[in-house]
Ligand binder design. Structure first.
Ligand code: PLP
Length: 420
């Protein structure tokens, strides 16, 4: 796509960003797939990385690779300083009160498992309830099912409407005196629904229940303020936020984290060890046993710098414009049915086609250089709710353009000709 074509396409969406300049920061976006320019529309699965993040990882490994916290030599001190500086920038990014509330984990999945095991296992018993919603990713379902098996607690699920929104009226009836924790996604990865998490947190608090927000899909798209939300835990993954894989964050309320036992034992999470007794380390290290993903933490800091320089408000405006443009175009295609039509949505377009399996559509689009995701998106209960086996899902980031949306729609129309 030429610069002028892109500018024209972005004018159609009313884009506020210099998308062509941004695209130049992401090396992979200039590659070709099957001889066609890549249109990467699978950002909800993982996002691409700007050169600044790639260079940060390269610099760490080429210039100051060392283990952290334990060394007195220069490289170790430099690595420790960079890692802890990243933690502080991440804390500021989500407005956590203190960097010690930022626990580095592998990703959202590990963050939720940490809470389930460290907070839940020793506390819950028969008669207690955990409330989730019908919109959750498997990683915000299965850890709670495991916890229920371990403790005798019960899992309850807020239903969702035909539009793919949480049915709050029904949800209100589920949250009560037996509720110990409400765990909800901020944005649904399968449908794009932006959930009313502040309201759900308020409801949970009225009944003395704790709240965990799965922010995996939210942090790349909207400004998150954990203190304004009032949640007890917030989890997200670096790789969906233009950072490295294998690194993520659990934010927790400090008083709560202080009370929770460590969930893994090993190096760095201790102050003193003898065969008789171990004294655990302070926050956040109490929850970070073993050598962490040092490059990943530093790289995530660089990714957050990039997002902040770009500006989350401008990102949200561009993505909303792209979503509106794509939704209108999709609705003009006969035989295409959108799955997920919530009033408040992030830039995710999930759909099914008459007579074409999503996997076949995905393969045809790949041959045109258009990368989308097909399948159940690790949210099988949502597929069951809509009585479908799978959807095709295009998910947009701030580096995507209206011209790429046009290519997606042209590819869908071409696939229809093959199959009908
Ligand atoms: N929650 C949501 C809403 C997601 O979209 C994902 C990943 O797709 C996850 C949790 C799990 O994230 P990870 O695999 O990075 O742990």
């Amino acid at each position: 796509m030429s610069r002028s074509q892109a500018a024209k396409a972005d004018a159609r969406t009313g884009a506020a960003l210099d998308v062509e300049r941004i695209r130049a920061d992401f090396p992979v976006l200039s590659r070709r797939v099957h001889g066609q320019p890549l249109a990467y529309l699978d950002n909800a699965a993982t996002s691409q990385k700007p050169q600044s993040v790639i260079a940060t990882l390269d610099r760490y490994y080429s210039e100051y690779n060392a283990n952290i916290h334990r060394g007195v030599h220069t490289l170790s001190e430099e690595a420790t300083a960079a890692f802890e500086d990243a933690r502080r920038r991440i804390a500021a990014f989500i407005n956590a009160g203190d960097a010690k509330q930022i626990i580095f984990v592998r990703g959202t999945t590990e963050a939720i498992n940490l809470v389930a095991q460290s907070w839940g296992r020793g506390r819950l018993r028969q008669g207690d309830e955990i409330v989730i919603t019908g919109l959750e990713h498997h990683s915000n379902i299965v850890p709670w099912q495991m916890l229920c098996e371990q403790t005798g607690a019960k899992l309850r699920v807020m239903p969702i409407t035909d539009a793919g929104e949480i049915d709050l009226d029904a949800g209100r009836k589920l949250i009560g005196p037996a509720t110990r924790l409400v765990a909800v996604s901020h944005i649904s990865n399968a449908l794009g629904t932006i959930n009313p998490v502040a309201e759900i947190v308020r409801l949970a608090k009225e009944h003395g229940a704790l709240t965990l927000v799965d922010g995996a899909q939210a942090v790349p798209h909207l400004a998150v303020d954990v203190q304004a939300l009032g949640c007890d835990f917030y989890a997200f993954s670096g790789h969906k936020l233009f950072g490295p894989t294998g690194i993520g964050v659990l934010y927790g309320r400090a008083a709560l984290l202080e009370q929770m036992p460590p969930w893994q034992g090993g190096g760095d999470m201790i102050k003193v060890v003898s065969f008789e007794r171990t004294v655990y380390n302070d926050l956040p290290y109490k929850f970070e046993a073993g050598t962490p993903h040092i490059a990943g933490g530093i790289g995530l800091g660089a990714a957050i710098d990039y997002v902040q320089q770009t500006g989350l408000d401008a990102i949200a405006r561009h993505e909303q414009a792209l979503l509106e443009y794509a939704t209108a175009a999709a609705l003009r295609i006969p035989g295409l049915r959108l799955i997920g039509t919530a009033r408040h949505k992030a830039s995710i377009l999930s759909f099914v086609m008459d007579g074409i399996h999503p996997h076949d559509l995905g393969t045809i689009l790949d041959h045109q250089g258009v990368a989308i995701r097909t399948g159940h998106h690790c949210a099988m209960p949502i597929m069951e709710r809509f009585r479908i086996p799978a959807t095709a899902r295009a998910s947009f980031a701030f580096y995507n353009t209206a011209a790429e949306v046009d290519r997606l729609m042209a590819g869908i129309t071409a696939a229809q000709k093959v199959f009908t």
